[in-house]
Design a protein around this ligand. Structure first.
Ligand code: 5AD
Length: 432
């Protein structure tokens, strides 16, 4: 965990620094030159990313100090666990008790949770997940920015509106200058500390071009960079890491190999998993997960998806609902229910209680604008704002009516900060 507030370096041992945030100590990997004990830094995802001049740090901290503790108090109040069991079955309550105590649940118990339909029982499940989130992660909430640099794609995923098979959309590829400008606006103007660069598969940049873009962002502005360009090839992962990328966002979509092949014709789940494993070995932070509501997907599949994300060392879980797109082969398959997504989020929190950051996806917000708040109260502690230039956003048409498609970055930030403050959460990677 790290906050978008300056942390003071307490000690340095080789490449590891210990940072103090108002008494909370956190470790970060340091790749910055010339840091000393007593310096102030911003750290993200466990990486030190920027040294902050002493005066600046002190004035930011003076503003933050009171707010920080006030927010923690609000969060604590909201995450109190006063479970009112009502008509909920004893079996369900016993399993939740065990989860709240931090004991590992059996597969059978996890299946009971994921199969539950009763609204009162689900409310208890969501509350328990929120309690665990507060206990282990306090009130930090990641706010990453994402730039969708190109919607060209050579894959044929049957769920996806930007699949290469969809001949009815306008394709775009941002120029290097446009990408750098968008990164500059996000980092310098709006204070983002973590950026995801995303595109379709084989989107038309060479690996050297992608490496150069990452290098230039890293040289000019301090930020943690995640790549999300599909399967770039195992060797290319190393090239992009060396260029400065430190995170990979790549969903495996489903852990069921047959279902994977059905919805990704000509592709193998094993190849995707090999990328995720290689990236982890190279030192990338991993964001992964899947689509909820694919045709024929069972509750067991969903549980396996969460377990696979854990096995792949996800530092952030990204599970979102399938939303049907009229220009795809799955046009007639119904979109997922928001409630199923909340269940997966709550279960992910219970399964990976200590490590997991859990994202509220834009797709969930698209299904139901209220669900961002609900997800944050069901175990999630992460959001991603769209910082793609407005003229390109509607073209990145993964599914129709995407939330925030025409909302300025400033409006998204104000809205998000308002929501986080109302829930007592501190944004970790956005200066405010
Ligand atoms: N509904 C929801 N999410 C989708 N994605 C692609 N198409 C859809 C859709 N119809 C998601 C995939 C992909 C990510 C970039 O967008 O999970 O990994």
């Amino acid at each position: 965990m790290c906050y978008a507030i300056p942390g003071k370096i307490e000690s340095i041992q080789e490449k590891t620094v210990v940072v103090d945030y108002f008494g909370e100590k956190r470790k970060a990997h340091n790749e910055l030159e010339g840091l000393s004990v007593g310096d102030y830094i911003y750290a993200q995802g466990g990486f030190a990313i920027q040294k902050i001049p002493l005066d600046e740090a002190k004035s930011i901290l003076a503003v933050w100090k009171e707010t920080f503790f006030e927010l923690q108090e609000v969060d604590l109040q909201l995450s109190r666990l006063d479970l009112n069991p009502g008509s909920v079955s004893q079996e369900f309550l016993k399993i939740l008790d065990k989860a709240v105590e931090g004991r590992e649940l059996t597969r059978q118990e996890l299946l009971v949770l994921i199969k539950e339909k009763d609204k009162t029982a689900l409310k208890l499940l969501f509350k328990s997940a929120n309690f665990l989130r507060q206990k282990h992660h306090k009130n930090s909430c990641c706010v990453h920015g994402i730039i969708e640099i190109s919607n060209y794609c050579h894959s044929a995923c049957s769920f996806c509106g930007i699949s290469g098979e969809n001949k009815n959309i306008t394709r775009y590829r941002m120029s290097q200058e446009e990408i750098l400008e968008a990164a500059k606006v996000a980092i310098q103007e709006h204070g983002f500390k973590t950026l995801v660069l995303q595109s379709g598969q084989d989107c038309g940049y060479s690996i050297e071009e992608l490496a150069q873009i990452i290098r230039q962002i890293k040289t000019n502005w301090p930020a943690l960079i995640f790549i999300s360009f599909g399967e770039v090839g195992l060797d290319n992962l190393k090239i992009l890491y060396d260029a400065g990328a430190r995170g990979l966002l790549l969903r495996f979509e489903t852990s069921n190999p047959e279902l994977y092949q059905q919805v990704n014709p000509g592709k193998e789940l094993a190849s995707r998993i090999a990328h995720l494993k290689k990236a982890y070995e190279l030192g990338y932070l991993i964001i992964t997960g899947g689509l909820i509501g694919l045709p024929g997907q069972s509750q067991e599949d969903l549980l396996n998806d969460i377990l696979l994300a854990k096995e792949l060392h996800a530092e952030m879980y990204s599970f979102g609902p399938f939303i049907s797109h009229p220009q795809t082969p799955l046009a007639n398959h119904p979109s997922a229910l928001a409630e199923t997504v909340l269940k997966v989020i709550a279960l992910a929190r219970i399964i990976d209680v200590v490590q997991a950051k859990i994202l509220v996806t834009t797709a969930l917000e698209t299904l139901d604008p209220e669900s961002r708040r609900e997800a944050l109260l069901s175990g999630a502690n992460s959001v991603m704002l769209n910082v793609t230039p407005l003229k390109y956003r509607p073209l990145y048409n993964l599914y129709p009516w995407r939330a925030h498609e025409s909302e300025s970055i400033r409006d998204q930030i104000n809205d998000t900060i308002g929501l986080l403050m109302s829930l007592g959460r501190s944004p970790t990677d956005l200066s405010i």
